[in-house]
Design a protein around this ligand. Structure first.
Ligand SMILES: Cc1ncc(COP(=O)(O)O)c(C=O)c1O
Length: 389
């Protein structure tokens, strides 16, 4: 018997190119992966120990309150003030199952079917999936590649229609590594305010900013309070991808509704991970500096190695995150997916094709430098040999 037809909305969604490339890379035993944007380091030991203690003390058998443990929300409030210049109270903080659930809960709470959500291009491909799964329509405006993928705010204004409901972006940006200047973010905020649009900002890479660039949160603007959902995660900062814990910050008027989308999705974030997150915030913070130092070193190494391949790629030096988005200048007739496939099969280097990151992503590929000096060196040695450099 044939299977009944699944949701059109879901059928239309293609499996993630990022996961597809990594799955294909896993089938090629000696492939080197620059495709995964996830920290390679283990979670710091003091965070693991706190989770183990919580299990031993039987603190993890039951649900927490849906918004999260009060102790964790209080620790988050302190961190928001200290590091993000955001004033919030614990009832304005929602602990989520990774940042992804937080963004999903926020978009679901904001949009009606058919509403448009505006995003810069290129942008983190999962954001588009969240928008589409929420029955909203993704609309893109370009960034200016030659200016380090800066936001094109004139294009943003032109993209606004009667159906626009929100702007969704990540800063620092995945896949480009752009860090949007405060001046541009303030302008974007006023454009949103003038046009009655919500803003959802994914701040996953907040601590990984280089060369004196400053990370600015729109949520720190008091006049934007009732329009902004700020979203953060422990994933990148503390190498905690597997723990699935992040948080949203929004005014009570917004949060009241996000709570209604959060609870049926997850009830509460994993309680063991919430205990680990308390320790992450209250324990030593050296791991952030250490990761930062490594990412900076590996970014510089990747840029140096890309310089040698200047006949193949041009690139903008990323000021943040641990991703970069080189443009392919020496390809034949193939698109970025075919180009990546060729690199994987023939040079045995896994990268991610640019097309899924938005309409201006085609012709690029994403390379992540969160791996190690050895992996980056080996990958580029192979690319040098492959391209005959
Ligand atoms: C911009 C961005 N946001 C969110 C995530 C996922 O975060 P989490 O693990 O907290 O769901 C990623 C992961 O790569 C990311 O790059």
């Amino acid at each position: 018997m044939s299977i009944l037809e699944m949701s059109k909305k879901v059928r239309d969604i293609q499996p993630s190119a990022i996961h597809r490339m990594s799955a294909l890379a896993a089938q090629i035993p000696d492939a080197v992966a620059l495709s995964w944007a996830r920290p390679d380091a283990p979670t710091p030991e003091h965070i693991n120990e706190a989770a183990i203690r919580a299990i031993r003390e039987d603190l993890t058998s039951r649900y927490s309150p849906p918004p999260g443990l009060m102790k964790l929300r209080e620790a988050i409030v302190k961190k928001l003030k200290r590091d993000n210049n955001i004033e919030a109270s614990p009832n304005e903080v929602l602990v989520t199952t990774g940042s992804i659930e937080g963004i999903f809960a926020a978009i679901l709470a904001i949009v009606n079917p058919g509403d448009e959500v505006i995003m810069p291009s290129p942008n983190y491909s999962t954001h588009e999936l969240i928008v589409r799964m929420s029955s909203a329509v993704p609309v893109y405006f370009p960034t200016i590649e030659e200016e380090g993928f800066r936001l094109d705010l004139d294009a943003l204004e032109k993209a606004i229609t009667k159906k626009s409901k929100a702007i969704l972006l990540c800063n620092p940006a995945n896949p480009t590594g752009a860090v949007f200047p405060e001046e541009d973010l303030r302008k974007l905020a006023y454009i949103a305010k003038d046009n009655n649009l919500f803003i959802v900002v994914d701040e996953a890479y907040e601590y990984f900013v280089f060369d004196g660039a400053k990370h600015f949160c729109i949520g720190s603007m008091p006049e934007m309070k009732d329009l902004v959902v700020e979203n953060f995660t422990f994933t990148k900062t503390y190498a905690m991808t597997g723990w699935r814990v992040g948080y949203n910050v929004a005014s009570p008027k917004i949060m009241e509704h996000i709570m209604k989308t959060h609870t049926p999705m997850t009830i509460c974030a994993p309680v063991i991970s919430q205990y680990a997150a308390i320790e992450a915030l209250e324990g030593p913070q050296d791991c952030i500096l250490e990761f930062h130092k490594h990412y900076l070193e590996w970014r510089d190494l990747m840029c140096e190695r890309l310089d040698r391949l200047s006949s193949v790629f041009s690139y903008q030096k990323p000021l943040g995150s641990y991703n970069m988005f080189p443009k392919i200048i020496a390809k034949g007739g193939e698109d970025s997916a075919e180009f990546c496939m060729k690199l994987l099969k023939e040079a045995k280097v896994a990268t991610t094709p640019g097309a899924p990151f938005g309409p201006t992503g085609e012709g690029h590929l994403r390379m992540s430098f969160c791996s190690s000096k050895e992996v980056i060196t080996e990958a580029f040695d192979r690319l040098d040999r492959y391209f005959g450099v």
